[in-house]
Design a protein around this ligand. Structure first.
Ligand code: GRF
Length: 227
């Protein structure tokens, strides 16, 4: 029988990556099953977007307020993760930093997407920071989560050129379009057990490796995706 990987997505905001991943893997025979989505923000747009897709993905809110202890918060997340037999925890715009304890419990099973070419432009305003800096190239990084924010072995990077015609909004659209193309590819690699970590670096094995290591798309992603 085919080995299906169960994933859970943690998201705090708009949810375009979450929706994109759910739609991508909703076809029958898919190797990835999106079991649930958890948001720490009770009115985040991602919640209704996932509910409106109308499939079987469970949606949970686990609010994190200024009085919430990180331990209590993460215990609730762990309970959900365990109850669904989750293989991978996928962060897609999840704005809460997970504790070192949580990360080590799920070592090499938590993946994040960041909208810059790490280690450049860490932090929550990566697209704006890259645009304001005036770099000529930026992109997207998908990486394993370790104890440090926006760090950890890089699985895939995608590169975009910033032209003089770009403004912040066109750049954001290009970055998001590239994210939507990359995240499903990385999840397919995980589903096929093609990712290994050796000496702190990601190695991809199997066919067609180049396709998965760098998505170099200079002009292709100029149109925005409407999610
Ligand atoms: C993405 O740009 C992702 O790289 C970053 O947060 C954003 C989430 O976007 N970590 P969305 O909520 O998936 O639309």
């Amino acid at each position: 029988m085919k080995n299906i990987k169960n994933i859970i997505i943690l998201a705090s905001g708009n949810g375009s990556n979450t929706v994109n991943i759910i739609r991508y893997f909703s076809k029958s025979g898919s190797k990835i099953n999106v079991s649930a989505v958890i948001s720490n923000i009770p009115d985040a747009p991602v919640i209704n977007k996932v509910r409106n897709i109308g499939n079987q993905v469970a949606v949970f809110t686990v609010p994190f307020t200024k009085n919430t202890e990180i331990i209590t918060f993460e215990e609730k997340i762990t309970e959900i993760v365990e109850s669904y037999g989750i293989d991978y925890i996928i962060l897609a715009g999840f704005m809460k930093v997970l504790s070192k304890e949580f990360v080590s419990r799920y070592e090499w099973r938590i993946i994040n997407i960041h909208p810059s070419l790490l280690p450049a432009f860490k932090g929550k305003d990566a697209i704006k920071d890259a645009f304001n800096y005036g770099v000529k190239f930026t992109g997207v990084t998908i990486h394993f989560v370790t104890g440090e924010v926006d760090s950890g072995p890089v699985i895939m990077q995608g590169v975009l050129m910033i032209s003089e015609e770009d403004n912040l909004s066109t750049l954001e659209s290009k970055v998001h379009a590239l994210e939507h193309r990359m995240y499903p590819l990385v999840l397919e690699l995980l589903a096929d057990d093609r990712i290994a970590i050796k000496n702190g670096k990601v190695k991809i094995h199997g066919e067609n490796k180049k396709k998965f290591i760098t998505a170099l798309d200079l002009d292709q992603f100029s149109s925005s995706i409407n999610l």
